[in-house]
Design a protein around this ligand. Structure first.
Ligand SMILES: *Cc1c(COP(=O)(O)O)cnc(C)c1O
Ligand code: SF4
Length: 340
């Protein structure tokens, strides 16, 4: 495409794909950007070999310069502790390999299926259970969508299709459009859900084209964001989320409870209140999946329950997310027993 057709905004880096292409991929660059000492570099690079670093500059811009304990930085900076392998923290904690019925689809819960629309993400979160997923070998293309959707078409009990991944919003708008149209063509599917963290790290992803694609669908559309800390709700996100909501799209949030990131009452209640201010309802608060290399983020169930009881006492019920854990072989995400 000739350069002359690009808008001025895109040239200035307003285009989400361009922002993604310029993301930090080396710990040294991110540390320098934040004016932090270049400590533990060999260990950080070793951690990158297990799970690469990926941090869009729009996300790094929300971090506090000079603060090595910044809660956003801790989520994405490779650390020496990742290289310690603790018992019980494994490479496939959700046994996803077993529910991966066919390429591109996970049918684990009644009435809804996960469609793995892409394999990559726009940010690599160090605690992610997908950190050991062999992405290169699991590239999901349009051919697999057709196969996955014929599975959905053949099972009339499925009323909701959940686009997941990786991050489904990494697809370009025209590819998403195609996927939505294929889904709309299945009469018994009534709802479409998108699970994405991309708008949180690059708000520019919520393009007008995406807005209209989602609001013109015959399906009831919801979007589940993944926001762990109130600082992640940046001003740039406010207007596009408002527009989605005005177009009838339900906005929900899932967070992960993470040590040193959001494991206190003040942060969790601020998060809920700020989410509501942005038109998003808290949905789930997940306990960490016990994935190898992420043990330092984990809280014991007892610590989590103590904190959660405080949250229940602090906020109106609709601002309290459900405390859950994902377990292999269960019919739903497991609520945590609060009486223990
Ligand atoms: C989380 C999840 C869903 C959706 O569950 P809800 O409780 O409806 O949000 C569906 N399938 C899988 C495999 C999941 O992990
Ligand atoms: S965006 Fe979600 S799927 Fe991707 S690395 Fe982060 S937590 Fe994992």
């Amino acid at each position: 495409m000739p350069i002359i057709t690009r808008s001025a905004a895109a040239v200035e880096g307003e285009d989400w794909q361009q922002i993604l292409a310029q993301a930090f991929r080396r710990p040294q660059e991110l540390l320098e950007y934040l004016n932090l000492p270049l400590s533990e570099m060999p260990e950080r690079l070793q951690a990158c070999r297990e799970f690469s670093m990926l941090v869009p500059r729009t996300y790094a811009a929300l971090m506090q310069s000079g603060d090595a304990a910044d809660p956003l930085l801790l989520q994405v900076l490779p650390q020496a502790t990742e290289n310690e392998h603790k018992p019980g923290y494994i490479t496939d904690p959700l046994a996803e390999k077993d529910t991966n019925i066919q390429p591109g689809i996970i049918h684990k819960y009644r009435g809804r299926v996960l469609l793995l629309a892409t394999s990559g993400c726009a940010v690599n979160c160090r605690y992610c259970f997908r950190r050991h997923f062999a992405y290169g070998e699991n590239r999901i293309g349009r051919k697999q969508w057709a196969e996955a959707l014929s599975y959905v078409a053949a099972d009339t009990s499925i009323s909701e299709v959940i686009l997941s991944g990786g991050d489904p919003l990494l697809l370009q708008d025209d590819a998403l459009q195609e996927l939505v149209m294929l889904t709309e063509a299945i009469p018994h599917v009534r709802r479409l859900r998108i699970h994405s963290r991309l708008p949180v790290v690059i708000p520019q992803r919520l393009t007008p084209a995406l807005q209209s694609l989602l609001s013109n669908s015959r399906l009831q559309v919801s979007m589940v964001l993944h926001i762990n800390h109130p600082t992640e709700l940046s001003d740039a996100l406010r207007q596009p989320l408002q527009a989605l909501r005005q177009n009838g799209i339900t906005l929900l949030n899932q967070a992960v409870l993470l040590r040193k990131v959001n494991d206190n009452l003040g942060i969790l209640s601020d998060l809920s209140e700020r989410l509501f201010e942005f038109g998003v309802l808290p949905y789930y608060l997940h306990l960490l999946d016990p994935v190898r290399g992420a043990h330092h983020f984990d809280l014991s169930e007892q610590e989590a329950v103590l904190l959660y009881r405080q949250l229940l006492a602090e906020l109106p019920g609709y601002l309290v997310p459900r405390l859950v854990r994902e377990e292999a072989g269960k019919a739903n995400k497991s609520p945590i027993n609060l009486d223990r």
